[in-house]
Design a protein around this ligand. Structure first.
Ligand code: FE2
Ligand code: FE2
Length: 305
């Protein structure tokens, strides 16, 4: 089996596992999803290397999948979080983001904040551009964590940036109330930048530190919670625990739009993961399919290293 085929087949297998039986899988194939959603993550946009044009090209391709809306898992801009980042550099990167996503004007885009989106080097904490709140605003979010509902799916967007890869107490209380308020028959998809549960966390950092508390909370609402999406790792992995799928959907930027290093299995890969994005199909009965689409981000005009 070619690698590309495997990557495409693997999520289907994972999705089928959730159906608790092949008969159910056969029935489901005949049923149309209630929602088709694109999950992009880790775009890491910046003006160099023709990256905005390369990103726009990918967005145009995603649109052909006839998605209902977009989810964006954060690290939208390359990096605002390092000590030496100036105000001008932060603004320049967000400008690239604003201009690029014009390509999906007319689509709803629901984002979460990634660790690289936040400018901690602002002159003071009172600066309007400091930290997570500004990143949330620039990403078009109503708050650094929020929720919305489409059909019989409830979407919860989390922020693990303000409390050391954990939800802060205020957000945890909010999440508990959110899950309580979701009626039976409505299913929950959560999106965070850092994975709540991950396979690749064995060798790559970034898993939520409050994962034990979260899995206990999900158990309490096991009739509702179905999917957790994440990025951050730039690695494609999937885990399953107690009825919940955890899809960590690689990175649109692969090796940050560059050719890679000695760990890259192929050009633009981060380790063994190619650049890509996921298409999710969400069904009325709470089942889900997550397909990772590998993309070609090579660009002769990019001047890659
Ligand atoms: Fe990233
Ligand atoms: Fe990240």
């Amino acid at each position: 089996m070619k690698r590309k085929d495997f990557l495409r087949a693997a999520p289907m297998f994972a999705g089928a596992m959730a159906l608790e039986g092949t008969a159910a899988a056969a029935v489901k194939k005949a049923v149309r999803p209630v929602l088709t959603v694109a999950h992009i993550t880790d775009v890491h946009i910046r003006p160099e290397m023709n990256i905005p044009a390369r990103f726009i090209k990918q967005l145009e391709a995603v649109k052909k999948a006839k998605v209902d809306f977009f989810l964006n898992g954060g690290d939208s801009i390359h990096a605002a979080d390092y000590k030496d980042i100036t105000r001008e550099r932060v603004l320049e990167q967000w400008k690239c983001w604003d201009e690029s996503i014009q390509a999906i004007k007319g689509y709803e885009l629901y984002s979460c904040v990634g660790n690289h989106d936040n400018w901690w080097a602002a002159p003071s904490k009172d600066d309007a551009m400091y930290g997570v709140n500004y990143a949330a605003k620039r990403a078009g979010m109503p708050h650094r964590y929020y929720s919305f509902r489409k059909k019989n799916w409830h979407f919860i967007i989390l922020d693990g940036n303000n409390n050391g890869i954990s939800l802060d107490a205020e957000q945890m209380e909010w999440l508990k109330k959110e899950l309580e308020s979701v009626p039976l028959g409505t299913y929950v998809l959560l999106m965070s930048h850092y994975p709540i549960l991950t396979v690749t966390g064995s060798w790559e950092g970034g898993q939520h530190k409050d994962h034990k508390e979260l899995k206990q909370l999900f158990y309490k609402h096991k009739e509702k919670v179905r999917v957790c999406l994440s990025g951050h790792q730039h690695l494609l992995d999937r885990a399953w625990y107690d009825g919940v799928h955890y899809f960590c959907n690689g990175a649109m930027s692969g090796f940050w739009w560059e050719k890679g290093d000695q760990r890259s299995a192929q050009p633009y890969y981060y380790q063994e993961t190619p650049p890509g994005y996921a298409i999710l199909k969400l069904y009325e009965d709470g089942t889900v399919e997550n397909e990772y689409i590998t993309i070609n981000i090579d660009d002769p005009a990019a001047g890659n290293k």
